[in-house]
Write a protein that binds this ligand. Sequence first.
Ligand code: GLC
Length: 447
Amino acid sequence: MNAKLDALSAHDVLKLNDLGGYTVPTRGLYPFQWNWDAAITALGWLAAGDEARAWREVERLLEGQWDNGMVPHIVFHGDAETYFPGPEVWGVKRSPATSAISQPPVLASVMKLLFEQGRDRRLAEEKLAATLPGVIRYHLWFYRDRDPEHTGRVCSYHPWESGMDNSPQWDGPLAGVPPVDAEYVRRDTGLVDPSERPHKYEYDRYIYLVKFFQQNAHDAEVLYRDCPYRVEDISLISILHRGTRDLIALCEEDAAGLGLVNTHGEALFSLKQSLARTEEGVQALWSDELGYFLSRDARANVLLEHVTTAGILPLFAGVASTAQAQRMGGLLEEWLAQAPFGVASTHPASTRFEPKRYWRGPSWLHINWMLAIGCEEYGMSREADRIKQASQKCIAAAGYYEYFNSVTGEGCGGRDFSWTAAMDLYWLNPLESFTASKAAAGVVEAP
Ligand code: GLC
C-alpha cells in the first residue's frame, strides 16, 4: 500500500499551504504561521528547490519578533475564524499580532542547513546576514528571561511552548493550574476527531495561562516568580542548546561575511556561557535509574518521570555522555519494537500511552528527524536508520498527515500537513525532491 500514490505531492502540499511567504501548518485547523513548523517547513522549500521561498519563511516568522527578542509561537499574519485562541484572546498589541509564548527554537539549526546546503551562494549569504542578528537576540532572550537564576535550564510557562501540547510530562504541572473561569468555544474539535485532541480539562488550564500572561502584562520578572506553570522542558532545553551551538558556529565561520564575532562579540560570549551552563545543568535531569533525561516541574521541584521522546532529545543537543547515549540507544530500539510507526511520542509501555491522542503516543516526523540526527552523531547509525525507516512507513501508510498512530500507521489530526510534507522532501525521500526541484527549474528528463 502506498498512500502517496493518490495524494498531493509533498511539494504541492507546501504550495497549497503557502499564504504568501508563510506556510500554514494546514488549512482550517492551523491558519497562521507557527514557529517551529515554519523552520521545519523551510527545509521542505529548500529541498523542493525553492531556496528563496525557504528564506522568506524565516523572514516572515521574524516579522513577529518582539522588541525583547522573543519569537512567538504563532504569528497571526491574517484573520481566521477557524482558530481559537486568536489574537484577541492573547491580547498582544502589535502588528502583526502574535501569541505571547515561544516554541522550541529549531530555527537556528535550520538556518545553518539552509545556509550550508543552498546552491545560490549569494542568496544564502545575503539572507543569513539579514536574519542572523534577530536570531541571536532570540536566543539571548531565552537565556535571559527564562533562566534568570543561571541554572542552565530555561523554563517554559505553557505546555504549548514545548510544542508537545498534551504530553504526559505536563499532567503533573498542569494540575497546579486553575481552570479558566470564563466560557470559550474551541474550534479544533469541530475540525478533527475529538478523540485525537486534548481534553477539556487541559484546555481550561491552557486558556487560564493565556489570560494570566495578559493580566500580568507579559512581565518577565512577574511571570518567573508567579506563573503557576513553570517547567524545565528537556526538549526545549535540548533544541535551544543545539540551535545556540549552530548559531555560534555560523558566526565563528563568519558565514554571513558580517564579522559578527566582532560586532556581536559580547552576545556570543554570553551565548557561550549559556552553553557551558546547560552542559552542566542538564545533568540534573538525567535519571540513572531510568536511563534517559527527564523534564522537571520547577514549581513543585519534582522530576517528571514519563518516558517520552523529549527525554531522548539531548542526543540532538549533544549534551549526553557516550554512556548515556548508549543507554538511550538501547531504549529506542525496544521502543520501536513495540510501536513500529515512527518513534511513539510516549513510550508504548507507559500507562499514559494513547497511540492516537496527539502527544500522548502518536509519532511526529520532525521529532523523529531530530532523534535520527542525534543518533547518527553519537555513532548509532543503526538506530538512526531504524527511525528513518519507521518514519517512511508512516507516510507510505497514510500520506501527509499531521502525525501518525504509532501502532497502526493511521494518519491523524490535520491532513495535507506542511511539516510532514517537508520532512518527506528533505529527509525521507530526497530523491523525489530532487525531481521536483528539477521540474521547478524546467529541466525535462529524457524518456
Ligand atoms: C499543535 C502542535 C504544535 C504545532 C502546532 C501547529 O499545537 O502541538 O507542536 O506547532 O500544532 O502545527
